[in-house]
Write a protein that binds this ligand. Structure first.
Ligand code: NDP
Length: 447
């Protein structure tokens, strides 16, 4: 049930942003938790903080022309939504995927505001990307695309202004090309302008692992609060990209066993446990489809084209691929098979109906803006290292990440208790994240 003061705000968002279904969904999800906040803080209602937080500070859309290896010209569309700078420079990744349009970038940017606030670090919220499909493109083509993209975007960036990072389709290789072009255009070695850099030229150790590790740390905290642990648990992780691979690694380090993972072509089921080095060879080094994993693994693993990975029985489910990948039917299957905890490594991977199913069944549920905040938190640690021209050890950085995730868990847990809904991490994350941003916005006056 949506609060009666919130409903007209939601209607207005839908009216002013037609056709942006993912953005509507993300706003609905956050605003659905804020009724009790307005009752407790009428001054925030008076200052129209909720209406203001739903309107991006700036939206940039630009043409990205580039040539493929045969000389054919292509035109893509680039985006950067600078959503909210109340707590620091805009911060959030770039996504290169054919599905990208303004509604996806706004949903991601909106989520990012509250996620970044939950980390407790001085970073605002933003997101960007392009409707470019990097699949089957050569290294040279990827480089030319990144250079053309940055030739427009650079004028909006800066270490105190807007600091992008990676997301789907943008990994270490792309960050390198983007940074190289920024450096060339501006004639500045401004390390803190982008994160996810290789540690050999200004990146932070653990950044690559941070989102996956952080998701597992968050679920570990939630399990601990419920008197449980990862040890001996069976897990299913969707996706096989950056977030999924390092979530699998950390589950294995904590004594759990991941028995399935996927890509957009299907999933592999490997009851003996996913062989991480083989997965990395197939996906990170050779950039092949996930079926190649099953081909090389031999009899122990099978590849299932299409189908739902969530039919595989597990104790813990970590959706780490993309938005709305886990539906109500998937949630019902997970509950039926005895799943006790779900952590969103991806952004908004569970549909609202799936989230409701988990809540009704008493499954521990870590929403993305809390559970996957370890990536951006470590990006902020990368910015700290760049600002002080320092680099930290793997152990020191991982310890900081673990502390930050424990802190995020604590604030979500305590906020849910304070608002009379113990164990409701969705409510806790939305309210705690919103209040941090709202207080800063109120202090800054009407800007
Ligand atoms: P990658 O591009 O490295 O990997 C994405 C993975 O998801 C791939 O295995 C991809 O398969 C799969 N995938 C994408 N679309 C679909 C689909 N429609 N159906 C099934 N599988 C799909 O991206 P990341 O791992 O970086 O990002 C994954 C998620 O995590 C995203 O939601 C992202 O926003 C979120 N996230 C990422 C952070 C980061 O630090 N990287 C930080 C916080 C959140 P295929 O190769 O076939 O497309």
């Amino acid at each position: 049930m949506i609060d009666e003061k919130i409903e007209p705000i939601l209607d207005e968002v839908v009216r002013r942003n037609p056709g942006e279904q993912e953005f509507h969904q993300a706003v609905h999800e956050v605003l659905g938790s804020l009724g009790p906040v307005l009752a407790k803080h009428p001054e925030l209602a008076e200052a129209k903080i909720i209406q203001r937080v739903c309107e991006p500070e700036r939206q940039i859309i630009f043409r990205v022309p580039w040539q493929d290896d045969r000389g054919e010209v292509h035109i893509n569309r680039g985006f950067r939504v600078e959503f909210n700078s109340a707590l620091g420079p805009y911060k959030g990744g770039l996504r290169f995927h054919p599905s990208v349009y303004l509604g996806i970038v706004k949903f991601l940017g909106f989520e990012q505001i509250f996620k970044n606030a939950l980390t407790g670090m001085p970073i605002g919220g933003g997101k960007g990307g392009a409707d470019f499909d990097p699949r089957d493109r050569s290294d040279d083509e990827i480089m030319r695309f990144c250079q053309s993209f940055m030739l427009e975007l650079f004028r909006h960036l800066g270490e105190y202004t807007d600091v992008p990072a990676g997301d789907i389709g943008v990994g270490g290789r792309e960050i390198g090309y983007l940074f190289g072009q920024y450096k060339r255009i501006t004639n500045r070695y401004e390390s803190g302008v982008i994160t996810g850099k290789d540690p050999s030229w200004g990146g932070s150790l653990v950044r690559k692992e941070a989102t996956g590790y952080g998701t597992v740390f968050f679920v570990q905290e939630a399990l601990k609060a419920a008197g449980k642990a990862f040890d001996g648990r069976t897990c299913v992780v969707s996706g096989s990209g950056n977030v999924a691979i390092y979530a699998i690694e950390k589950v294995h380090q904590l004594g759990g066993k991941v028995v399935a993972c996927s890509d957009s072509s299907g999933f592999v089921h490997d009851p003996d446990g996913i062989h991480l080095e083989l997965l990395q060879q197939v996906k990170e080094v050779e950039r092949l489809r996930i079926s190649a994993y099953a081909d090389r693994r031999g009899d122990s693993a099978r590849f299932v084209p299409g189908g739902s990975i969530w039919e595989i029985p597990c104790d813990v489910a970590l959706p780490c691929a993309t938005q709305n990948e886990l539906t109500r039917a998937d949630a019902v299957a997970l509950v039926r098979n005895g799943c006790i905890a779900v952590g969103e490594g991806a952004n908004m991977p569970c549909t609202p109906e799936a989230v409701r199913t988990f809540a009704e069944a008493g499954v521990l549920f870590g929403p993305g803006k809390a559970a996957n905040a370890g990536g951006v938190a470590t990006s902020a640690l990368e910015m700290q290292q760049n600002a002080s021209r320092d680099s930290w050890t793997f152990e020191r950085t991982e310890d900081r990440l673990a502390q930050i995730m424990a802190g995020i868990h604590e604030v979500c847990f305590e906020t849910a208790e304070e608002y009379g809904r113990p164990g409701d991490y969705v409510l806790g994350a939305n309210i705690a994240g919103f209040l941090r941003v709202a207080r800063a916005m109120a202090a800054h006056g009407l800007v």
